[in-house]
Design a protein around this ligand. Structure first.
Ligand SMILES: [Zn+2]
Ligand SMILES: [Zn+2]
Length: 370
């Protein structure tokens, strides 16, 4: 079968023939790939800065944002049947008995670094026609989400981030006890940094949870992304028009920052204006760059005097996937046009080269495999 693979040893990316996987254990499920999202991680792997093949291979099949359909199940599989739609998680646990996190199915908090990730680290990904996985790593998707469910994986970034926010902020009276469940952000101000798919999906989650939400990004409005975020009820602000102090003045107390921009300079500039009892979630992974100037004393002073918290978050657990599938259903009812417009292009697998190596365009581009 066909697969898009990266050969790190040869610094090549290509469409290859890859052996079709078969079920070899009772708890496994065989899945037909329907759609695979392409993101910055895939594009970075294609510059050979990271991404490693499984043992015994000189290539890694790419792709970690998948929507698939079950075609066959092992004898011990109870949760899925052929025809079901599924989205797989990405990270698989390390083998060490002493890794408390992996032994409790919380490999997103792996202590050893010896986890693998499908399509990223030592396990083949989903940019191919079929794949096999254990049922515990699969999440069922209702059929009405068929045309948007490829967005589940990028949405899990915000889902896990927000789950951390609720836990960390439990240490103080952050949410009014009278606030209805599911609306815990009511009366709070959130700023999203960046207007890529992770940022826009993050803004949607924050709005659904009741936050007054601002998206702070580079391009001057109006532009397609500013129009999209304003159509769902966020306020778009360009950092070329308003500096972080002006942003803070406009917003009032910044209770939450959700960073989805991936560069340190603007992120730390906004950390400086985080509000009282504020929480800042970092999700971006910047490429290494030379040291830069930072208002470190002000930031440190604020962290202490304003009871602030900075949290980094990577990967997602089962709850984050289930939350993403649930919330995608809410988005589809509330903003069907805006949600669908996040997927700016659907392409055949043989167009992989432009998507992975060409200039980044649109919001979320998807490879369709059927
Ligand atoms: Zn991705
Ligand atoms: Zn581990």
């Amino acid at each position: 079968m066909r697969a898009v693979a990266v050969f790190p040893g040869k610094c090549e990316v290509g469409l290859i023939g890859h052996e079709t996987p078969e079920i070899t254990a009772a708890n496994q499920v065989k899945i037909r790939s329907l759609e695979v999202g392409v993101c910055g991680t895939d594009r970075e792997i294609c510059t050979f800065v990271y991404g490693s093949p499984p043992d015994g291979f000189d290539y890694l099949v790419l792709g970690h944002e998948s929507l698939g359909q079950v075609v066959e199940v092992g004898s011990g599989v109870s949760r899925f049947k052929p025809g079901d739609l599924v989205v797989p998680s990405v990270r698989r646990p390390c083998p060490h008995a002493y890794c408390l996190a992996c032994r409790e199915d919380k490999q997103d908090f792996c202590y050893t670094g010896d986890f693998t990730e499908r399509g990223i680290k030592m396990t083949h990904g989903f940019m191919t026609e079929f794949y096999v996985d254990e049922q515990k790593y699969l999440n069922g998707v209702p059929s009405e989400l068929r045309d948007v469910a490829v967005l589940v994986e990028p949405l899990t970034v915000a889902e896990k981030g927000l789950a951390q926010v609720w836990r960390v902020q439990k240490r103080l009276p952050w949410v009014d006890p009278k606030t209805p469940a599911g609306h815990l952000g009511a009366g709070k101000n959130a700023v999203v940094l960046g207007a890529g798919p992770v940022g826009i999906l993050g803004a949607m989650v924050l709005i659904v949870n009741g936050f007054k939400t601002y998206v702070y990004s580079r391009s001057k409005a109006p532009n397609p992304k500013s129009e999209l975020v304003e159509s769902v009820g966020a306020k778009y602000i360009s950092c070329e028009v308003e500096n972080p102090d002006q942003l803070a003045e406009r917003v009032g107390n910044i209770d939450l920052v959700y960073e989805a921009v991936g560069t340190a300079k603007i992120s730390y500039a906004v950390l400086r204006v985080l509000g009282l009892n504020g929480i800042y979630i970092f999700t971006g992974i910047p490429a290494p760059k030379p040291p830069m100037d930072l208002e470190a004393d002000t930031i440190m002073r604020n962290l202490v005097l304003k009871n602030q918290v900075v949290v980094g978050t990577v990967n997602a657990d089962r709850e984050a996937f289930e939350g993403a599938i649930h919330d995608l259903g809410i988005f589809l009812k509330r903003w069907p046009t805006a949600l669908r417009s996040l997927i700016t292009g659907r392409y055949k697998i043989d167009q992989y080269r432009d998507l992975l190596l060409g200039k980044a365009t649109g919001i979320k581009n998807v490879i369709v495999l059927t």
